[in-house]
Design a protein around this ligand. Structure first.
Ligand SMILES: *Cc1c(COP(=O)(O)O)cnc(C)c1O
Length: 370
């Protein structure tokens, strides 16, 4: 199957083999060696000298860890949201008792750094900012460096969901002053679901020592202590650690600069192909369009599910639908991790056949609509 959703991604044979290796004691030198290698390589790709901890759980678990380890009930937090995953970050903080001030942008918009500045200037009681680097639900990448610059002006804690960006789209954790960054193994890492990662700056550790939200499984202090022995506080997803190790080996061989360039190239090719078919991107400004996922409006009057089910049944291609308020209105093409030009050409070629069949007359050779 050509699995083209924004995680989980297809896996290279080397990773599938690694995942099938026999179990070892997770409190052994052998495990410590693998985890230490994985963490060192992850730090390289996050471009950080901060602590980086491997957690067992999906990306949302790391988002929850980011919140409960740095905030207290009653803290006022600015949640910048351009879509479903930004909303989720806000919801997690609210669930644990933060007073969430929402700064929300419409579908396909990026977060405007000036609006972040205005929000922070208006409310000096805000203590932290939550922001999504790459909003997977709309296919938009936020100008994180600029947003971080604004947050640094106000010296607030900056907590970043980099789940679908880090490893595929360059992020400079230390240079940009990002305090907490999280990612998940099934996105750009050529690995299966089951692990997440979290970085903690000095400022984040200072917040940790004050934070009063309840935490146990996600306590990053326990994870840091264990990591000093190459261990984890609880039984980790050992097979996924093997697989992530193998995925990182492949990414390192390719070189992260080349990995980012490959994602940029494939995303540009996908967007061009979509526009050539007469379809419209959800991203309102193409310079903010994501390099890991392309979100596309279903043509007026066409059921997007019909497009996806025909692709699945006749071409063995699996795309993602919309989330939240975009359900039924958009479809999304994942192009992250183990992905090549041929994988995306197959999607574009199949769409060219399928669109006229579901009633879209503007497709392809028939002439694009403006
Ligand atoms: C996938 C994703 C998540 C959720 O991760 P899970 O692993 O499904 O819990 C959160 N944020 C972003 C930006 C994502 O792409």
């Amino acid at each position: 199957m050509n699995l083209r959703v924004p995680g989980p991604t297809p896996l290279p044979p080397e990773v599938l083999q690694a995942e099938a290796k026999p179990m070892i004691n997770h409190r052994s030198k052998d495990f410590a060696q693998i985890q230490n290698r994985v963490v060192a390589r992850l730090k390289e790709s996050f471009q950080t000298a901060n602590d980086l901890l491997l957690l067992t759980g999906s990306g949302t678990g790391a988002m929850e860890a980011a919140v409960v380890n740095t905030l207290s009930p009653g803290d006022r937090v600015l949640a910048v949201s351009i879509g479903n995953f930004g909303d989720r970050f806000a919801d997690i903080a609210a669930t644990f008792g933060a007073e969430v001030v929402r700064l929300t942008f419409g579908p396909g918009e990026h977060a405007d750094p000036d609006a972040v500045r205005t929000a922070l200037a208006q409310d000096p009681t805000l203590t932290a900012v939550l922001v999504t680097h790459n909003e997977t639900s709309t296919g938009v990448t936020n100008p994180l460096e600029d947003i971080a610059g604004v947050v640094r002006e106000f010296d607030k804690l900056l907590i970043v969901d980099g789940i679908s960006s880090v490893g595929s789209i360059e992020i400079k954790t230390d240079a940009w002053g990002l305090d907490v960054v999280v990612s998940g193994s099934q996105k750009g890492w050529m690995a299966p679901p089951g692990l997440s990662m979290i970085t903690m700056s000095e400022r984040a550790w200072a917040a940790y020592r004050q934070a009063q939200m309840p935490r146990f499984y996600w306590d990053v202090g326990k994870a840091k202590k264990s990591l000093e022995r190459g261990e984890t506080p609880w039984t980790p997803a050992v097979s996924v650690v093997y697989a992530l190790d193998a995925g990182l080996e492949l990414l390192s061989q390719e070189g992260f600069a080349n990995v980012y360039a490959r994602h940029a190239r494939l995303a540009a090719m996908t967007r061009q192909g979509i526009k050539d078919l007469g379809l419209k991107l959800v991203a309102q400004e193409e310079r903010y369009a994501s390099n890991t996922v392309t979100a596309v409006w279903a043509p007026e009057g066409i059921e997007e599910r019909a497009i996806r089910s025909t692709l699945r049944q006749e071409f063995d291609i699996e795309l993602a639908g919309g989330q939240g308020e975009l359900t039924g209105k958009i479809f999304r093409i994942g192009h992250l991790g183990y992905v090549s030009e041929a994988d995306l050409q197959a999607v574009l070629d199949a769409l060219r056949v399928v669109l006229p069949r579901v009633g879209f007359s503007g497709a392809g050779a028939a002439g694009a609509r403006g």
